[in-house]
Design a protein around this ligand. Structure first.
Ligand SMILES: [Zn+2]
Length: 281
């Protein structure tokens, strides 16, 4: 069934139905994607403007491409580093992040599985967040496996050094090694704890996501086109386990034909109606 064949539905009825399902069958687990962070100033890979227009994911979204760009175009690489760090450091949680944290506090949400690396769910107060694609602020040592989370202040200080004149390949390499990529415990090399295109997902994180999906009777999908595998499999795993699938997205996605309830709305407006009990009395 094509997503274009989905009949228009009464928005208010859909909101009420979602409210009923969540209160009767909840708590829910939630799957979020890049769409929920757009209002925080973080553009999606597929967006037509913003960061990824200047730095195509085909070159900057995977490790070999990043090494190639650093080696051949250090000035472009420095700009990418500066603009990326600035985007993530400046981003703050929006209404969707805050409302999901409220749903968790109300006992209606048991955990969030996110494809985002921006840490905005945690910044908003969410406690149980499974980051299947890693975390922009976290690094991991390749030798001793120590994990560190860089503070936004530390990244702002690093950012100051990237402003202005290009540093050149050698100075930039030394800066990166000294400030970001050397393990304070063993002196080994550390790397951003993120999943780039082509990288496998962390096994234990993936298992945690599947466990969360299978142990909830409702799954809420927000701000994702549900096309990036293997994460796109999660709603189908939930469905096979007997969960009710609810999707909130302003436009239909590849997942829409498979969900039990589709709410054609922004996540912030739909969630506000789920959180606010009085509207349903
Ligand atoms: Zn180490």
């Amino acid at each position: 069934m094509s997503s274009h064949n989905i009949p228009p539905k009464d928005l208010l009825t859909e909101h009420k139905e979602a409210f009923r399902i969540i209160h009767e069958r909840g708590p829910v687990c939630v799957l979020t994607g890049a769409g929920v962070s757009v209002d925080s100033g973080i553009p999606t890979f597929r967006g037509t403007d913003g960061l990824w227009r200047q730095y195509p994911p085909s070159l900057f979204g995977h490790t070999p491409g990043l090494i190639f760009t650093f080696a051949c175009f250090p000035k472009w690489f420095q700009s990418f580093l500066r603009d990326t760090i600035k985007t993530f450091v400046q981003a703050t949680p929006n209404d969707t992040h805050t409302l999901l944290a409220t749903l968790e506090q109300q006992g209606l949400l048991s955990g969030i599985i996110t494809q985002n690396v921006d840490q905005l769910h945690q910044d908003a107060g969410s406690q149980h967040v499974v980051e299947v694609h890693g975390n922009f602020f976290r690094s991991v040592c390749k030798t001793c496996k120590r994990q560190d989370t860089l503070s936004k202040d530390a990244l702002r200080a690093f950012l100051n050094e990237l402003e202005g004149q290009p540093l050149g390949r050698i100075k930039l390499f030394k800066k990166l090694k000294q400030d970001l990529f050397t393990c304070p415990s063993c002196g080994g090399a550390r790397r951003p704890d993120m999943v780039f295109f082509g990288d496998p997902l962390d096994t234990s994180t993936w298992q945690e996501a599947i466990c969360l999906v299978k142990h909830n009777k409702v799954m809420l999908v927000l701000g994702t086109s549900a096309t990036v595998y293997p994460v796109a499999e999660l709603p189908h795993i939930a469905r096979e386990a007997g969960a009710t699938l609810i999707e909130i997205n302003p436009t239909p996605t590849a997942l829409t034909p498979f969900v039990d309830l589709y709410i054609p709305d922004t996540s912030s407006r739909a969630l506000r109606l789920l959180v606010d009990d009085e509207r349903h009395c």
